[in-house]
Structures are given as structure tokens and as C-alpha cells.
Unconditional design. Structure first.
Length: 180
């Protein structure tokens, strides 16, 4: 195979795209990385059809360093919207090389200060209602928000109203997708 072929060094769990189904890939499986953004990897298995997402926790099986957890430095004040939006920009749709914020998938962000730390609520959608990757993308966003200093709880919900459309893509996202 090509130089970008990688043989998994151990058994891992991956997510089948777009179904969102968790599957086990055995040690020795040959994969090709098609996208590596935000700490996760989208791969194709030449011997099978379809794409698979491999989370950062399994980076070592690909011969990659596990990415540092994106965390805001400790601050003396409350968590800011800017910090949360920044971490959401590190979450990517596994089939599209644009983050979920620039894709226009994040509909709302609410920060509720509490004595124990901020409670963050996010409402997001997907580009297509039938996409099974929603729970995986929402879970990644939640984990990254929880890694922020000063956050006590994070709830990321996938919603379908209003329906997503390409009009929601930011100018930066459109540039990355060649939509000009």
C-alpha cells in the first residue's frame, strides 16, 4: 500500500461513519487516514467499504501521539463564552474538514455560573437528520467543554429545529470548502 498506510498496533474501538455504530478493529488492520482534525482520525479500511472514526484515546494504535487535551488556562474569573466557542471549534464532523462552529451546527450556548463551577448547555444539529454520528460528535464536544478550567457540568444536545442548511456555514467554513 502507499506510505500513508498504517497497521493498527492493537485492537481498538472505532465508529462506523455515518451510522454511528461502534465496532472493534483488530490488531493488524490496515487503515488509511483521510482526515486528522481536532484529535480524532477518519480512516478508510482498504479491505472494506466505508469510513471509520478513531478517537484520540486510540492515537497510539495508529503510531500517533495522543493529542493534548485542549484546556483553557486557569483563570480567576468565570469561564467565558469565548473559551467555550474556542473549544467547540476543535470538534469536527468526521466527513467534512470544517469544525462544527464554522459549519453552523452549533445553535446556542448558555453558561450558568454556580458555586461549583459553570454549567454549560449547548444545542447543536447535524447536516443531515439520518446521520448516526450525532452522539459521537456531541460526546466529543461535551468532553472538551468539561476539560475547561472552571466547568462543573456540560450538556450537549442534538436538536433538529430549525433544520440546518448550508446558509449557516461561516465565511471561513465556506473558504475551506471552496464555496466561493
Amino acid at each position: 500500500m502507499s506510505e500513508s498506510s498504517i497497521t493498527l498496533s492493537r485492537e481498538i474501538t472505532a465508529t462506523r461513519i455515518p451510522q454511528g455504530e461502534a465496532i472493534t478493529l483488530p490488531q493488524g488492520t490496515l487503515v488509511l487516514i483521510t482526515q486528522a482534525l481536532g484529535g480524532s482520525y477518519t480512516v478508510v479500511i482498504p479491505s472494506e467499504a466505508g469510513l471509520y472514526r478513531i478517537d484520540a484515546e486510540f492515537a497510539d494504535a495508529l503510531g500517533k501521539e495522543k493529542p493534548e487535551v485542549s484546556s483553557a488556562p486557569a483563570n480567576s474569573g468565570p469561564i467565558s463564552e469565548e473559551q467555550v466557542w474556542g473549544v467547540l471549534k476543535t470538534c469536527y464532523d468526521p466527513e467534512i474538514p470544517v469544525n462544527i462552529v464554522d459549519l453552523g451546527l452549533v445553535y446556542s450556548l448558555n453558561i450558568e455560573p454556580t458555586d461549583a463551577g459553570a454549567k454549560i448547555a449547548v444545542a447543536m444539529t447535524l447536516t443531515a437528520p439520518g446521520c448516526g454520528m450525532g452522539p459521537a460528535i456531541a460526546r466529543e464536544a461535551q468532553q472538551k467543554i468539561l476539560a475547561l478550567s472552571g466547568v462543573a457540568d456540560a450538556d450537549v444536545q442534538v436538536v433538529w429545529e430549525p433544520a440546518w442548511s448550508p446558509d449557516r456555514i461561516s465565511e471561513e467554513g465556506k473558504k475551506k470548502l471552496g464555496m466561493f
